[in-house]
Design a protein around this ligand. Structure first.
Ligand SMILES: [Zn+2]
Length: 355
C-alpha cells in the first residue's frame, strides 16, 4: 500500500469524511487496484463512484393462484410441461449470471410457488443455495381480485404474508430450512398504502415501479440513488413517493438513469426493434447511470427479465443476455466501476451510509 503522501488532498478529505461517519476508509483511486470483483462485501467507497448492478426476474401469476383468482395469460404453471420449461429458463439465466460472477433477485408468487411445493420441485431452494436472493413478485389482482384497492392495509398484509409463506415453503427441503428473510417485493404499485402493508408483512426493499395500466414509469422515479419514500402513489400523485422520509421503513431502489417512461416495457414493443435494440438501450442507460453515479453514495442500476424472455434460438439460448454480460458488464466489473449486488445488498449498502 502506498503512503499517505501520494494521496491527493481531495481524496484525503473524502477519506476523512468517510471515517467521520463510521465507514471504513476507502483507498483512493490512485492506490486502489482494480480488483473490485473479488470483494465480497458491498460498500460505498469515498474514492470513486461504484454502480451496484443486478438483473431481477419476475415470475408472473400464470394459472389459478393460491387465493383462487386466475392470473396471467399465456400459460399455466399447473401444467407440468409449462412449469418445467419456465423453470429451466429461469435456471439457465441464473447460471449465466453466476458464470459472470453475479447473483439475481428472483421474485416469485403463486401459483409458481404452490405448484413447486405440491410437485416437490426444488428450483427456488436451489437458486437460494447458489446465492440468489429469493423475493416476492406480487400481482394484487391475482391474489385479492379486482377490488384490491378498496381493501385495508391489514388485508394486504395478510395476503403478502401468505405469499411469503409459500416462498419459504417452496425453498424448504425435507431437512427443513427455507428462506425466511424475504425482504424485497415488486408490485402493488397503485395501492397508496402499499408501504404500510409491506412493512406489516416484514418487507423492507422495493423497486420496479411501473403503472400497470399504462406500462410506464414516472420520470421522477428514475435515477441511481435509493431513498425511503414517505408514502405510496395512486399513479398520478408522486409527491410522497419521491419524498425521502429518513424514518421510512422501506428503501426504494430506482432502476437507473433511464431517459424514457416506457423503459420497463419497451422490450415487448415490436416498434422498439426487438431484443437487440432493447439491450442497446440498456447499454446506453447503464453508461448514463455510471455517469450519474457519485462517489460516497450508493448508486444502483438494474433491469428485469421474465422466464422465457430473450430466449433467442436453440443455437444461442439467451445469447442477447450473455453478450450484454460479456461485452458490457464484465469489463466494468473488472475495472471496478460496476459491482454485482442483489436488491437487499443494495438496500443494505444504502442503509449503511445514509445519515
Ligand atoms: Zn408482473
Amino acid at each position: 500500500m502506498n503512503t499517505i503522501k501520494r494521496i491527493s488532498p481531495f481524496f484525503a478529505v473524502l477519506i476523512f469524511a468517510s471515517l467521520a461517519c463510521g465507514l471504513p476508509a476507502a483507498p483512493s483511486a490512485e492506490t486502489q487496484p482494480t480488483e473490485t470483483a473479488a470483494q465480497p462485501s458491498v460498500q460505498a467507497e469515498a474514492g470513486e463512484a461504484v454502480l451496484l448492478f443486478t438483473i431481477g426476474i419476475h415470475i408472473e401469476p400464470m394459472g389459478e393462484t393460491a387465493q383462487g383468482f386466475s392470473g396471467g395469460k399465456g400459460g399455466d404453471y399447473h401444467q407440468p410441461q409449462f412449469f418445467e420449461r419456465q423453470a429451466q429458463d429461469i435456471l439457465t439465466v441464473a447460471q449465466l449470471v453466476e458464470s459472470h460472477g453475479g447473483h439475481m433477485t428472483v421474485q416469485a408468487q403463486s401459483p409458481f410457488t404452490t405448484v413447486a411445493i405440491e410437485s416437490g420441485n426444488t428450483i427456488l431452494a436451489n437458486l437460494a443455495a447458489n446465492g440468489h436472493e429469493i423475493a416476492l413478485h406480487f400481482h394484487e389482482d391475482a391474489h385479492m381480485g379486482k377490488n384490491s384497492s378498496a381493501l385495508q392495509p391489514l388485508d394486504w398484509c395478510n395476503v403478502l404474508k401468505e405469499e411469503i409463506g409459500y416462498i419459504t415453503q417452496a425453498t424448504s427441503s425435507p431437512q427443513g430450512g427455507g428462506v425466511t428473510d424475504i425482504r424485497y417485493w415488486s408490485g402493488g404499485n397503485l395501492y397508496v398504502d402499499i408501504y404500510e402493508a409491506a412493512e406489516c408483512a416484514g418487507l423492507d426493499v422495493n423497486s420496479d415501479w411501473k403503472n400497470p395500466n399504462t406500462q410506464s414509469t414516472d420520470m421522477s422515479l428514475t435515477g441511481v440513488n435509493p431513498w425511503r419514500p414517505a408514502g405510496g402513489t395512486d399513479g398520478t400523485d408522486f409527491t410522497l413517493f419521491t419524498q425521502n422520509d429518513p424514518n421510512g421503513a422501506i428503501i426504494f431502489l430506482p432502476e437507473g438513469q433511464y431517459d424514457k417512461t416506457d423503459f420497463a416495457a419497451s422490450r415487448r414493443s415490436d416498434e422498439a426493434g426487438g431484443d437487440e435494440a432493447y439491450f442497446e438501450y440498456l447499454k446506453e442507460s447503464l453508461y448514463a447511470s455510471l455517469a450519474a453515479a457519485e462517489p460516497g453514495k450508493v448508486n444502483v442500476f438494474h433491469f428485469t427479465v421474465h422466464p422465457g424472455e430473450f430466449r433467442g434460438d436453440r443455437q444461442d439460448p439467451f445469447g442477447v443476455i450473455e453478450r450484454f454480460l460479456a461485452e458490457v458488464v464484465d469489463p466494468l466489473v473488472a475495472s471496478g466501476d460496476v459491482q454485482w449486488a442483489t436488491f437487499s445488498e443494495m438496500a443494505d449498502a444504502y442503509a449503511a451510509i445514509e445519515q
